[in-house]
Design a protein around this ligand. Structure first.
Ligand SMILES: *Cc1c(COP(=O)(O)O)cnc(C)c1O
Length: 375
């Protein structure tokens, strides 16, 4: 990608990487007959929904706003799940979603009479199986508010439920999926064997487009499960749909020294890549190394807000940095533009798309009004 014309800070989505990712999901749908939905909470850049909807079967949404955007711009199947529904938005969601999944039996009982007859009903189950060590991203830890436990299901008649949602993974490979399926069978085989259960949604967190992920094994697991229980599998990945399909471009504003060299850049971990602080992790930077290399020029990169901890990380460069240099953070499509803020009044990054024919197109830019409207 030629990023010289990008006005920083900016997210630049790489259309060809996105389409290659989508082809992998399509191949899984074709090989298994399962359905793949985009989890829009990871990526809601609707200008590329027409491209994504050529390959995927629909969207899964975690709020009325996400669902409305998806029904307007993506079409196809629109699912919604939320930890709990607000009565007003629930009624509106019923009009635009073909599938509604409930987090608890009490929510289902509270709302079931309001649901249109043609709407499919899902129930989130919690297999209490942990594949994610980081508690922030681990939905099935003890104390989790997500999903119905086996012991709570026992006395309830769930004959009005059409399918189940089990989201237990985050950033996992096919070995985790295999163990999750064992746990699901152990906990819920009676439930999913029932005739009225037509689909089992295995949630997101499948890193299907990551290098080294065994797609054939994933298909084999899906096929075996579908045949055994006579259900259709649904996957609803977010992160892996846009994995490596976008960068965050910024530039160096100043360089200061305090026990080390520190470059201040025109973006922010806190405002523009909050997972860097939340996880925390140090993102890859094009042309730089995170390791402390000999004979290299090492800098801490800090964001342009007044938060002391707005630090992206430390990197080694072959040459000294100069004011105005452009820097490119990798893999910045997922959980970035949907989570960014105008903290400190820093401007939101522009959004560009780098088309397959090499054309760089500005999709959106932001300014003072976007800040003022939110506060
Ligand atoms: C977040 C989430 C997803 C998507 O997860 P990724 O890790 O982005 O693939 C899917 N389903 C549910 C219920 C979620 O909460």
């Amino acid at each position: 990608m030629d990023l010289s014309k990008v006005n920083t800070p900016a997210y630049v989505i790489d259309e060809s990487v996105l389409e290659n990712n989508l082809k992998i999901f399509k191949s899984i749908e074709t090989a298994t007959g399962c359905r793949v939905l985009l989890a829009t909470k990871a990526f809601s850049m609707y200008t590329v929904y027409p491209l994504i909807s050529k390959y995927l079967s629909g969207t899964t949404n975690s709020s009325y706003h996400e669902a409305k955007l998806s029904s307007e711009e993506f079409g196809k199947s629109t699912h919604i799940y939320a930890p709990a529904f607000d009565p007003d938005t629930f009624k509106k969601a019923c009009k635009i979603c073909d599938t509604i999944s409930f987090n608890s039996l009490s929510e289902w009982h509270r709302y079931r009479d309001l649901i249109p007859k043609t709407t499919k009903i899902g129930l989130r189950l919690n297999p209490q199986h942990v594949e994610v060590s980081h508690k922030m991203y681990s939905p099935c830890q003890p104390g989790s508010r997500f999903g119905v436990l086996k012991k709570h299901l026992q006395d309830d008649d769930i004959s009005g439920v059409d399918g189940v949602l089990i989201h237990a993974l985050c950033g996992n490979n096919e070995d985790s999926l295999e163990r999750l399926i064992v746990a699901i069978e152990d906990q819920f085989s009676d439930t999913i064997s029932k005739d009225h259960i037509k689909w089992v949604n295995l949630g997101g967190g499948h890193m299907i487009t990551r290098k080294g992920y065994d797609v054939d094994k994933c298909c084999e697991l899906i096929n075996r499960f579908q045949d055994k229980y006579n259900v259709q599998i649904i996957l609803e990945p977010g992160e892996s749909v846009v994995l490596n399909a976008g960068v965050l471009v910024c530039k160096v504003l100043d360089i200061v020294e305090n026990s080390m060299d520190i470059a201040i850049i025109d973006t922010s971990a806190a405002a523009h890549m909050p997972d860097v602080i939340e996880m925390p992790y140090v993102p890859e930077l094009k042309g730089a190394s995170k390791e402390n290399r000999e004979n290299s020029h090492r800098y801490r990169l800090g964001g342009n807000t007044c938060l002391s901890g707005d630090i992206i990380g430390e990197y080694s460069f072959d040459a000294p940095l100069n004011i105005g240099d452009k820097l490119v953070f990798e893999d910045m499509a997922q959980y970035t533009m949907v989570k960014n803020t105008t903290f400190n009044g820093v401007n939101l990054p522009s959004i560009y798309i780098y088309k397959q024919d090499g054309v760089l197109e500005l999709v959106k830019s932001f300014g003072f009004d976007d800040f003022k409207r939110r506060v």
